[in-house]
Design a protein around this ligand. Sequence first.
Ligand code: G3H
Ligand code: ZN
Length: 276
Amino acid sequence: TLATLTEVLATAAQRKQAVGAFNVFSIEHAEALVAGAEQAGTDVVLQVSQNAVRYHGALRPIGLATLAIAEAAAVRAVVHLDHATERDLVDQAVELGFTSVMFDASALPYQKNVAETAAVVAQCRARGISVEAELGEVGGKDGVHAPGARTRPEEAVSFVAETGVDALAVAVGSSHAMTERTAKLDLDLIAELAAAVPVPLVLHGSSGVADDEIVRAVAAGMTKINIATHLNAVFTDRVRAVLGDNPAMVDSRKYLGPARDAMAAEVARLLTLLAS
Ligand code: G3H
Ligand code: ZN
């Protein structure tokens, strides 16, 4: 069933757990995420990024498919727009029925980030849609790893007060699109931010963070853990293995199906870890 980000984060925060937020590039991914969450018996966030929309050429087909899969889920599933920098895309997600959006103005100067994010909150609040924003840029989206950026707690507190966002992505040492799980997080800063900021915190670029470090980040106060690259690797590794073993295979269902199963199993494992 469809849920808002605010609902699932409230449950996770209350239990000192975190909810997994995973990216959807294809319909098989959305199916795998829901299957994994049903195996684990937990909530899940299905997120479609602005980059994924660019890949498909439009939000509507992948967005509606993801919404239909989430509605049919036996667990609570949030359908979230990830890393939107364009207001027009936020409008489209709101129209389609997304229950949550991330508006990412983190590359802009502080005052501009506040003004643009506050406008999105005003638009979404009336319709019961959750808003995540980012303060202190988490690098790596452009392929350049810059884990050095840090969110300042005092600035995070004013940002949340000035914008009214429901969740805040912060820079604490992770970086997007890492293929090795070697990131070292600033756990003291996570604890400081969690104590000061009144809304749930979001860790982006969690593919580069090892299981035990993720557990420490959740214990320190992270409530939403975003993972894309790592699950993409699990999916693609299985496609590569199946095709390698079967050079004459032509039916795409025969390699996409096993890849979907492999992704679902890893999602179930990760969600169980986050709920422990
Ligand atoms: O918003 C999406 C995430 O931050 C995913 O990052 O691909 O490094 O796991 P990742
Ligand atoms: Zn991200």
